[in-house]
Design a protein around this ligand. Sequence first.
Ligand code: FES
Ligand code: FES
Length: 158
Amino acid sequence: MKHRVKFEVNGEAAEIEAEPRETLLDVVRERFGLTGAHAGCEHGACGACTVLVDGAAVRSCLLFAVQCEGRSVQTIEAFGTPAALHPMQEAFRTHHALQCGFCTPAMVLTAIDMLAHSPNATETEIRAALAGNLCRCTGYAGIVDAVCSLAGREPVDS
Ligand code: FES
Ligand code: FES
């Protein structure tokens, strides 16, 4: 039986009918076309599906859409534009923090959440915060450098 879910997706009010088994990942990708949330392992191991729910980074493959009633969901599509990147996206570009890009939306969102709550995070803290997001390409050095470059500044949550 489907349930009505009212929530906010990238700043817009939304209302859908969802089966209780439908994940937030499937909903943002298939109903809203927000394909920056990537389906990697789909069992909570890789972090590629990360989105923000009420500002906190979560694995959208582990959350049911019906659990998002009344919540605010943000995907990478809510941050920056090709002409005006978000500071975290700019830092990733500057520090060569991506190769194939599969992990990148989730890495950026995880880093945004992390610095919003710990703006002066140390490199050790940044590495710990990113440990749940797997990257098969970069070796992580560029990613850590990118996030470290913004630590100690104003929170980058907008
Ligand atoms: S796809 Fe969700 S953690 Fe891997
Ligand atoms: S840039 Fe390819 S998986 Fe991270």
